[in-house]
Design a protein around this ligand. Sequence first.
Ligand code: K7E
Ligand code: CUA
Length: 633
Amino acid sequence: MKDHKDDSMEPSSPGRRRFLGATAAVGIVSAAGATGAGMLVRSGETAAASAGGASHSVKPGELDEYYGFWSGGHSGEVRIFGIPSMRELLRIPVFNFDSATGWGITNESKRVLGDNGGFLNGDTHHPKVSYTDARYDGRWCFINDKANTRVGRIRLDIMRTDKIVTIPNVQSIHGLTLQRVPKTERVFAAGEMIIPTPNDGRDLDDPSKYWTLMSCLDAETMEIKWQVIVDGNMDNCDTDYAGKYVGATCYNSSRGVTLQEMMGPERDWAVIFNVARIEEAVAAGDYFTIGDSEIPVVDGRGAEQNGSKYTVYIPIPRNPHGFNTSPPDGKYFVVSGKLSPTCTVVEWAKVDDWFDGKLDDPRETVVAEPEVGLGPLHTTFDNRGNAYTSLFLDSQVVKWNIADAIRSYNGSDVNYIRDRIDVHYQIGHLKASLACSRDVDGKYLSALSKFSKDRFLSVGPMHPENDQLIDISGDRMTLVHDGPTYAEPHDALMVRADQLNPMKVYKRDDPFFAETVEMAKADGITLERDNKVIRDGNKVRVYMTSVAPNFGMTEFRVKQGDEVTIVVTNLDTIEDVSHGFALVNHGINFEIHPQQTSSVTFVADKPGVHWYYCSWFCHALHMEMSGRMLVEA
Ligand code: K7E
Ligand code: CUA
């Protein structure tokens, strides 16, 4: 949702203007209904105004209650925040180049980046932490790359990316979600843009032959198990709490290629995939392949007939967005209308009924369709039966009660709206603490606003995004923190601090640098002891240790034109005593954490003296931690 940088939302588009005219009225009616209760529309409160509560304050030296995993949008990274302080703790490079850590420079990171190491950008939207029985298990965080059609995996013990996979046959991985039960064995990646299949120059001018696919990856190996071809495109997705389904929203059921065309239909859909049936089909050989790819593709098209054996297409009003299953039991999922002021609530058990042949119309799976406000995007939940939906156009978070919305849908005269709070401004995603898991606790909600406008000192034409924190523990929501952030978190989630157990120092047998250890072994090197230069034709391998404030080697000699590999092993054993290795005028800098081995390969093409130094402040004599590479002409 990063394209709407202007409040006016495409004023030049007559279709959009007409639409807004119509639904604005509905939205106003809805808001008026809410204010009828006397108190529900409020202006924003500041942290100062709500400081009386203060349970959210984290004093200097105190630790946060949650780890927040924030996508970094088109910065290509993932960030870790402490919640509720909103202190930024770490940036984890994934698809991007990172000067501080040497991501994209070291051999170890290049192995992870693979063939796509040539791309230095990514666009991360949806971080998802792995589950065991729908509870965070601290193994991995998965993240999509919308820009270059990849999925990355971060190991949460070392907080570094260890796998990146490019998904074939599709363009733009947008939605990303994980199997919850019995544990995360499958990763689901929703393809967004529709393209000819294969996309080899055929059908350029015939969008009726453009398609996209849902991909299923093995969480452990990151191999792509299967794909399902669908009608329309896909953006957000989520799974149930039974390990049976994954579903995705489609905002372009008309398979349009222009904005006008994409806004045409009154209804698009949510498409639900029956995982067991798909895997039976794959096992039975009932699939095809696309182009050079060998991935089994199952046919899930057939929206006009409501779907196929493998899929059901549930009609949802107007360019739906957001797909969120309700905790702690996963009974419902909620999809927003985006261009309709409604949320659609579907009961997962009724999806069972559909696939069991008990329903005639996929709309019979819908149990509520509350009017919530203008521009609804994403929904999150507390542990008291309430849903919280972000309203992009209204710049609000609206709290509504699911059971009352169902009663209202069934004809009762109940007000399901519980509260509204202004956010600043134009909110995209929102996520309550632990709201994607059984442990949902209804304490905090992060509101990821796309604009900050007047909230901070001006830093030029482009202002920071504004990630706000809202206390949702009471009946009324209270804004407790503004957190300016850099481009551009889309989604975030909170994991309880005790649910993660990061390592303090590396283990010497860590797979992250296992290949480098193998290379050293072949050279007869013991990395924990040796400081040695190995020459192998014009290839030179320089092995050195580091212990604050010394590199094990303070000079080494190579010849101009040699391909040099420098391997540094940090023998320090105390957490946080990291060193850096920066080679001046060679574009080289990388991290070596306690007990880690890192390496880099380059051509020594400049004769002369070239200093290297430690770039991570480690000791009173850190400045002196340096050495010389002597390159003979
Ligand atoms: Cu709504 Cu990519 Cu989750 Cu942006 S998507 S907001
Ligand atoms: Cu080692 Cu600074």
